[in-house]
Design a protein around this ligand. Structure first.
Ligand code: FAD
Length: 458
């Protein structure tokens, strides 16, 4: 059996390794456009600043290492066409330029996503970059070394923009962050967004919300940015306004695309074409809370999907299922941890839920224990059933709270279950009752009052 995988980062290489393990006889080839496979893109912001010192630390396995386990990884090769009738593909070598044909018995699309560079005048100037691949971070690092920028602009207040802002600050650069919407961290509710914005300012970042970039100015080389009607001198711009799934190749081959623009797959990661699977940032999945299709491109889920696609492609059967996602995510900006799982209040209401939500600000450990800090936690519940729909946390220990809540949502727990959760406690690790229990107790009071017809203010 010959398995061909298009794309060799998180989903593609996971699928390849899994297939290798299950079928030692299979011929497995991964085509990868970038110069390296298996890149840890999540580490790129930290490579910019030197927190991660060596480039090779971000390459989990080289083509040679894959070769040792019998997986052929052909880097700098782009698959240009897939013909599902003949099971042939057309491949271009990006080094020599030669074009050749290959054939497959089974195929996995793991083509990922690409960073959006909006069509703003001057976006092609030297000094304007996105951050998606290791080659992008090479470009930004080269620019920083050659030009020693004093000022930088980060466009976009999503988690990548925020991580980049922090890491450019670490280089001693004065950073301005521009966000077109009225708040940063848009996937979160306004309470978390406010905390993030405050934290950015506290750490010296100039934050402009509700500001659209009108032009990158310069003559060959970047000199400034025009936004909000004013001109601002800058030496470096990193654009982080989002990513889009890379589906052109699959779409041309006849693969069905979902409404959100990513590849539609079933629970076994199969596309509508025979013997063709897809996984990672190029596919949509199901939001397990709303039950609706969703596209949330993240590294952990790309790996999990790759495992399922690789297994099923190796066996040719529906051996494993990928059930869907909660949209659990976390990021750090300076020393503030920010995470969420499930739906935000806005998303829950859009999905048709009538929500009850509460927020608490609790200590991250016993308040008398040295170093105790605050953590914010918001719980969003379904007003009809009491089931937990979402949670957002910001502050020290946010990761733990988000993971507890993700597990609770996964298990379809309601607020009375959370009130009695048996969670670990000792003074250095948390307050006597976890902030999750504290928030659930407040939520329980809200439900009681609502049941008795008493308004929250009474
Ligand atoms: P990709 O990583 O996009 O890889 C797809 C590969 O396929 C690419 O190398 C591409 O060149 C190649 N390809 C595409 N088309 C072809 C073709 N026709 N022929 C050959 N090759 C092709 N996620 C988290 O969960 N947590 C984080 O903290 C986090 N931080 C991030 C920080 C940054 C700066 C970035 C950019 C991403 C971050 N992510 C994070 C997201 C995570 O990196 C992605 O979700 C993950 O890499 C997706 O893996 P993938 O294999 O699906 O796709």
């Amino acid at each position: 059996m010959r398995l061909v995988i298009v794309g060799g980062v998180a989903a593609g290489t996971k699928a390849a390794s899994r297939a290798r393990r299950l079928d030692p006889e299979a011929e497995i080839t991964v085509y990868q456009e970038e110069p390296e496979p298996s890149i840890s893109e999540c580490g790129l912001p930290y490579f910019l600043s030197g927190v991660v010192e060596r480039r090779d630390e971000l390459v989990a396995r080289t083509p040679e290492q894959f070769g040792e386990s019998g997986i052929e990884v052909r880097v700098r090769h782009r698959v240009e066409k897939v013909d599902p009738e003949t099971k042939k593909l057309t491949v271009r070598s990006l080094e020599g330029g030669e074009v050749f044909e290959d054939a497959y018995d089974r195929l996995i699309f793991a083509t990922g996503a690409r960073a959006v560079l909006p069509p703003i005048s001057g976006a092609d100037l030297d000094g304007v970059s996105v951050l998606r691949f290791l080659t992008d971070s090479d470009e930004v690092r080269r620019y920083v070394q050659e030009r020693s920028p004093k000022r930088a602009v980060v466009v976009g207040g999503g988690y990548i923009g925020l991580e980049v802002a922090e890491n450019l600050c670490r280089l001693g650069i004065e950073v301005s962050l521009i966000e077109a919407e009225d708040r940063v961290a848009l996937a979160y509710g306004p309470e978390v967004a406010e905390r993030v914005e405050e934290h950015l300012k506290k750490n010296g970042v100039n934050v402009y919300t509700g500001a659209k970039v009108e032009e990158f100015m310069g003559d060959g080389r970047l000199e400034g940015v025009r936004f909000g009607g004013g001109e601002h001198e800058t030496d470096l711009v990193v654009v982080g306004v989002g990513v889009r799934p890379r589906v052109e190749l699959a779409e041309e081959a006849g693969v069905e695309i979902g409404e959100g623009g990513a590849i539609r797959v079933d629970r076994h990661m199969r596309t509508n074409l025979p013997d063709v699977w897809a996984a990672g940032d190029c596919v949509e999945t199901v939001n397990l809370v709303s039950g609706k299709p969703v596209w949330i491109p993240l590294g952990n889920t790309a790996n999990q999907m790759g495992r399922v696609a690789g297994t099923n492609a190796a066996t040719g059967e529906n051996t494993l299922e990928f059930p869907g996602v909660l949209g659990t995510g976390i990021f750090k900006v300076f020393d503030l941890g920010v995470g969420k799982t499930g739906l935000s209040e806005e998303e829950a209401e859009e999905a048709g839920f009538e929500t009850f939500s509460v927020a608490v600000e609790a200590a991250d450990r016993a308040s008398y224990y040295p170093g105790a800090e605050k953590v914010f936690l918001k719980l969003i519940a379904d007003g009809a059933s009491g089931r937990l729909l979402g949670a957002e946390a910001a502050g020290s220990g946010a990761d733990k709270l988000v993971d507890v809540c993700a597990t609770a949502i996964w298990g379809k727990l309601s607020y009375p279950d959370l009130v009695n959760l048996d969670l670990a406690y000792a003074p250095p690790y948390g307050p006597t009752l976890s902030p999750v229990i504290q928030a659930a107790t407040v939520l329980s009071g809200e439900f009681d009052r609502a049941r008795r017809g008493v308004r929250a203010s009474e």
